[in-house]
Ligand binder design. Structure first.
Ligand SMILES: [Zn+2]
Length: 430
């Protein structure tokens, strides 16, 4: 079966150029003009209407909540949200029930994902059994079973000995260690960034050093073990500085930043508001400036949403008791494009690098993050011209916990194709 996408604007050496894209059997067969003269008429034609066509976005940090927490999200709804956001590959975090901490459990999740997902799912295994004990997973085994990386996301690995042994084992198996960094002895019972805003609101704070000090420990362990060490959701100026210094020293470290840490600060928390509660928390304007500087100088390698859906009840009430986390898949591209590309802080090509090409490359997802003949037809058609309002009732995620509802943005995803098949089309409703 063949599909022709007509009048697509694609990035070519940093510039938008008009082309047609011919898809055959799920792969991009050719790009150019007058393709029918060489290839004949296609079975289907999709008119891109001179809108932007991007390689499918790649998000290495997503919580699909299945198995075990399906009141928050399922593989079905979470990957539909991904397709709606222009994502064609997502990395599924292992803080589900049961935790994928054995080859058998990983294999089961990989099979479930393949059956239920609307986009490609790369599956994480945990670093330790149950994400809590000191007992490591069988790294070779989980890799064989299909895990693409390991992470204990949601909690930091508390002892250096466990982290070092994990890194040695993961390095041997060729697995990336993606670390949620958080020293529990420094974290306390905080619910937002420690600082003047928390003091004013009378809410307990989470100090930035609970994050940065564990990165400092880990980069040295990464150097000693030779592993690819990836830091999840960096949020402080000191974290960026430690990663920058580690890269300069030649250590194999990469890191991601979440859109909300680039778009909001603790100063946006003017009252006890659970919709602005996440871990790591929104930090100070100084931290936000350092994150943007880190994006611009290449210290920060990629953007990842940390899509964390919860039920309405879990996000109601006070920040003291509500769950940590916000959704992100359906708002990431538009909020980032509007705030950073429309204002010329980033170019469109830099944003696509950060949201597609680099996460795919650095996590070894070699089929993803590209738009050229020979690659899978994973792509999204995005309207960059027309302004629209982010609305909760247009989201596919089960979680309604987004602080971006009501934002006026550009970058509306019109259609998303995965392996040449329509995974999302704008006529589809949530
Ligand atoms: Zn995390």
């Amino acid at each position: 079966m063949s599909t022709l996408i007509k009048d697509a604007k694609v990035l070519e050496a940093g510039h938008l150029t008009l082309t047609d894209i011919l898809i055959e059997n799920g792969h991009i067969e050719a790009m150019g003009h007058e393709l029918h003269t060489k290839y004949g008429a296609a079975d289907h034609v999709i008119c891109a209407g001179k809108h932007f066509v991007t390689p499918g976005l790649v998000d290495v940090h997503v919580h699909l909540r299945e198995p075990g927490l399906t009141d928050k999200e399922t593989i079905d709804t979470g990957t539909m949200a991904a397709a709606h956001g222009g994502f064609t590959t997502v990395g599924a975090m292992p803080n589900v029930e049961p935790v994928p901490d054995t080859p058998e459990k990983v294999a089961l999740m990989v099979a479930e994902n393949a059956q239920k997902a609307h986009v490609h799912v790369a599956q994480y295994a945990s670093i330790t059994k149950q994400r809590t004990s000191e007992e490591l997973v069988d790294f070779e085994g989980v890799k064989q079973a299909g895990a693409f990386a390991v992470s204990n996301d949601g909690s930091g690995v508390q002892t250096a000995e466990t982290m070092y042994q994990a890194m040695c084992g993961a390095a041997k198996a060729g697995l990336t260690v993606a670390a949620h960094v958080e020293d529990e002895s420094l974290k306390g019972d905080g619910v937002m960034n420690a600082g003047p805003v928390a003091d004013k609101l009378g809410l307990p704070g989470i100090p930035g050093i609970s994050e940065s000090s564990q990165i400092a420990r880990d980069v040295l362990l990464a150097e000693a073990s030779g592993v690819h060490y990836h830091v999840c959701h960096v949020s402080t100026a000191e974290s960026v500085r430690v990663v920058r210094d580690a890269k300069r020293a030649g250590i194999n470290v990469t890191c991601e930043v979440a859109p909300h840490h680039l778009l909001l600060t603790d100063e946006d928390i003017t009252m006890d508001n659970p919709m602005l509660k996440m871990n790591p928390p929104l930090r100070s304007p100084k931290d936000r400036a350092a994150l943007i500087a880190g994006l611009l100088d290449g210290t920060i390698d990629m953007i990842a949403t940390d899509h964390a859906p919860h039920t309405d009840a879990q996000k109601a009430g006070s920040m003291r008791t509500a769950a940590f986390g916000i959704t992100g898949l359906e708002t990431a591209f538009a909020t980032m494009y509007t705030t950073f590309v429309k204002t010329r802080i980033l170019t469109l090509s830099q944003l696509i690098d950060l949201m597609s090409t680099k996460p795919a490359q650095l996590f070894g997802l070699h089929q993803a993050g590209q738009l050229k003949p020979g690659t899978p037809a994973d792509l999204a058609i995005i309207d960059l011209e027309h302004q629209y309002e982010i609305k909760a009732d247009q989201m596919f995620s089960k979680g309604h916990n987004s602080p971006f509802v009501g934002w006026q943005v550009y970058g509306d995803v019109l259609m998303t194709l995965v392996d040449g098949q329509v995974a999302y089309g704008k006529d589809q409703h949530a």
